[in-house]
Design a protein around this ligand. Structure first.
Ligand SMILES: Nc1ncnc2c1ncn2[C@@H]1O[C@H](COP(=O)(O)OP(=O)(O)O)[C@@H](O)[C@H]1O
Ligand SMILES: [Mg+2]
Length: 158
C-alpha cells in the first residue's frame, strides 16, 4: 500500500497541506480522516476547502452530520462523531454523496459502515502542543497516483 507521512507544526501548516492535497483531487474523491478529538481533522478539512476554493467557514458540524460547500468541486464535509453504534450509510442515505462529482471528507469514519473501499485515509496523531503527524494511505490506484504527485509537490517535507 502506498503511504505518505508528513508532520506539521501549526494549524496554518496543516491547512497548507490540506490545500496542496485538495488541488490534486478529482471529482468523486473520498478522504477519510481518523484520529482523536482535537488532533486536527477539521483543521485539515479547512485546508482542503481552501484548496477547492470554497469561500465559506468550515467547522465541526455540531448537530448536523453533513455540510455541503460550493467550490471548484462541491465539498461534502461529514462528521460521524455522534454515531456511537454502527451506522450503515446505505440505510441512512449518505451513499449518494459518494456517487456525485464532489469531494467527500469524513471525520470518524470508523463509526460507520458502508464507506467506499477506494479512498485516501489520513490518520492524525498529536505529537506535541502544536505538532501533528499525518499518515496517509492510498486505497485504490487512483489514490496511489495522487500520493505520488503529492510527494513530488511537497518535496523534502514528505
Ligand atoms: N499542527 C496542527 N495542526 C492542526 N491543528 C493544530 C495544530 N497545532 C495545534 N492545533 C490545534 O488543534 C486543534 C485541532 O482541532 P480540530 O481540527 O477541530 O480537531 P478534530 O477535528 O480532529 O477534533 C485546533 O484547536 C488547532 O488550532
Ligand atoms: Mg472535527
Amino acid at each position: 500500500m502506498k503511504r505518505l507521512d508528513i508532520t506539521t507544526s501549526s494549524p496554518e501548516e496543516t491547512r497548507a497541506f490540506g490545500a496542496a492535497l485538495a488541488r490534486l483531487l478529482q471529482p468523486g474523491a473520498v478522504i477519510l480522516l481518523s484520529g482523536e478529538l482535537g488532533t486536527g481533522k477539521t483543521t485539515l478539512t479547512q485546508g482542503l476547502a481552501q484548496g477547492l476554493s470554497v469561500h465559506a467557514d468550515v467547522n465541526s458540524p455540531t448537530f448536523v452530520i453533513a455540510h455541503e460547500f460550493k467550490g471548484r468541486l462541491p465539498l461534502y464535509h461529514l462528521d460521524f462523531y455522534r454515531f456511537t453504534e454502527d451506522g450503515n450509510l446505505d440505510i441512512l442515505g449518505f451513499a449518494e454523496y459518494f456517487w456525485g462529482e464532489g469531494v467527500t471528507v469524513a471525520e470518524w469514519p470508523e463509526r460507520v459502515t458502508g464507506l467506499p473501499p477506494e479512498h485516501l485515509s489520513v490518520h492524525i496523531t498529536q505529537q506535541g502542543d502544536n505538532q501533528r503527524a499525518f499518515s496517509c494511505a492510498a486505497h485504490g490506484t487512483r489514490y496511489e497516483e495522487l500520493l505520488d504527485t503529492l510527494k513530488e509537490e511537497l518535496g523534502d517535507a514528505a
